[in-house]
Design a protein around this ligand. Sequence first.
Ligand SMILES: Cc1ncc(COP(=O)(O)O)c(C=O)c1O
Length: 394
Amino acid sequence: MTLEEEDKKYVLQTYARDYTNFVKGQGSTLYDDKDKEYIDFASGIGVNSIGHGNEKLSNALCEQAKKIIHISNLQVIEPQVKLAQKIVELSSYDMGIFFANSGAEANEGAIKIARKYGETKFENKRYKVITLEHSFHGRTITTVKATGQECFHTPHFSPYPDGFSYEKSIKDVYKAIDDETVAVLIELVQGEGGVQPFDKEEVQNLAKHLKEKEILLIVDEVQTGVYRTGEFLASNLYEIEPDIITLAKGLGGGVPIGVVMTKYKEIFTFGDHGSTFGGNYLSSTAGVVVLEVLEKLYNEKKIEETIAYFTQKLKEIVLKYENIFEKEVGIGLMRGLRAKDAQIQSSVVKNSMNEGLIILKAGKNTVRFLPSITITKQEIDKGFERFEKAISSL
Ligand SMILES: Cc1ncc(COP(=O)(O)O)c(C=O)c1O
């Protein structure tokens, strides 16, 4: 049987999979089993933040694996504590951290914190969470319900938990608030929804309003966090102080990890929340190395340079191919090109793969770029050369 046949036989078919079999990677270059080379502008949907085959990361993981991979969270885990400290310091927020294993799980934790806050702080429990229509917050029953895209609320999985409602834009959130609203959950740049950043002033005004009303602002930084937008957190870039922030994707450089951080450090007491794997030796070690690598790049202004270079390339493409793309969108290394229609979007992604370039789709008509934060100028050049070849026949 071929690998494709085996996959179809043994793995539940929840993804419309491409069957290129990648066997190794170095930086932002991947190689398949026929030794064909690909430039990776997707980094595993914003996960391989320091690229593939990073020696520092693989050495640290091997060394840690030889000592201890896992003990339970009933014992203190040194790299977990170190990682928590590092995240808090880099964020500049006075917060406490809970470790999970994925973005959805981090958002579940955030919603639990909000629900407990709503229960303990007010005489009549507040429990409602407002999110936005094009948002994406995960695939568990609660986080699909928190996700504002109607297509995710299929009746197959109902009944869903109560207490979630969706607004078109940030401006509409104000009128949706009632005396049972406990939190507003937003991404600052919607990723899956089409690489859509929100206006800084609008977000700052909302944050101010929520503070006055004692309603929590939860920022889902699963995709925007860990230098993706150029700052450690998009919340830093937007100069706001959320009550709760979630992280995942880029933090582990490919090792599963999730984080919920909050300024309500005493909200959870023993038994309120837990995770068998969350923040174990392996994932926390990965997180520590990823942050060391990226903090250094940030301080040397290399991330800024990479963003400027990538942005320039996108602008050139829009100018040259105005028949294919309307505009470039996004912030930092979370970018997109708005294609004229969904058909073009699909062809661009498919042709790029044939040319040896991995890119992604987002929303209805956006071609999405989530390269690793450590991508080099040479890799960017090579990627865009292939991109131009891919779109030249359209
Ligand atoms: C903003 C956002 N939140 C949550 C998630 C869910 O993360 P995970 O797939 O790790 O559960 C994603 C994944 O794409 C995301 O982009």
